[in-house]
Design a protein around this ligand. Sequence first.
Ligand code: PEP
Ligand code: MN
Length: 340
Amino acid sequence: MIIVMKPESTQEQVKEVCGVLDSLGLGIHISEGALVTIIGVIGDKRVLNDVPLELMPGVDKLVPIMESFKLASKTFKPEASVVNVNGVQIGGKEIVIMAGPCAIESKEQLFEAADSIKQAGAQFLRGGAYKPRTSPYSFQGLEEEGLKYMAEARERTGLKIITEVISQKSIEIAEKYVDMFQIGARNMQNFYLLREVGKTKKPVLLKRGLSATVEEWLNAAEYIMSEGNYNVVLCERGIRTFETATRNTLDISAIPVIKSKTHLPVIVDPSHATGKWEYVAPLSRASIAAGADGLMIEVHPNPRCALSDGPQSLTPQNFHQLCSNISKIASLLDREYKVD
Ligand code: PEP
Ligand code: MN
């Protein structure tokens, strides 16, 4: 539920309403708009059954949130959220690019990728240490050793680092190293895992499930937020359709749909969406043009030798070219992306 205050309500009146909510053990989120202040109420609303909040001075009306997700909904918080990841803002004016290999294979491979993406202006190094591969016989990742290389790459370049977590144990280990957790498409509805990352303080990139509707995706975000971690960024990475020309179908319409339903930032991963490096650049450009707050792109120093997802990985050179174009599109849209 939200409480909409009257345009002429005073700060004192907002404080009084919050005092009542607080005394009943309810959580509060205040959105101060240009015209009205909205108070989002978190918790079991039954404690309000006998409290005539609508009669309190300054209160205009009480509005129930109709969506199945609450904290993630735009009704609850009308202004766009900016997620701060140790100094990098996702969802602000700046376009944020996360890039790097699908899997961390060696220190040399990771450092080469990190140095090149840094030059192209990326803010995050991505790299899988725990790889949930389709086949159990495929390379499964270097685990903690890989995370150590990631932390060294951060020291070397200043890039923030993000990795996928797949279990409670991997959360505990990765928490010591990374700036942001990634929940992969295959785990989007692993509600136990979502609650576990929700209990941490680290920002979470939540990828869309292979067959998830936008509503299911936002409910997955709600699971994380319901544990107190509001630092969630969504990532559209393509969905299963009848089309087989690409690995998945990039749902570009999900970008404006997401923007209309939630205050959370959204980025796009065109690498897993298409499965082919040739299509990554055009879909990256389209995603930024459609309003995405950033991109996640697989880059490998030598895609032909990659242990995982080589066919969809960009070379450092192609990545640099793409970033220059993103920079131009960003400035047309009054956004920003800096390439050296
Ligand atoms: C990945 O980012 O390496 C990955 C496995 O992506 P997804 O979960 O979207 O398939
Ligand atoms: Mn991959």
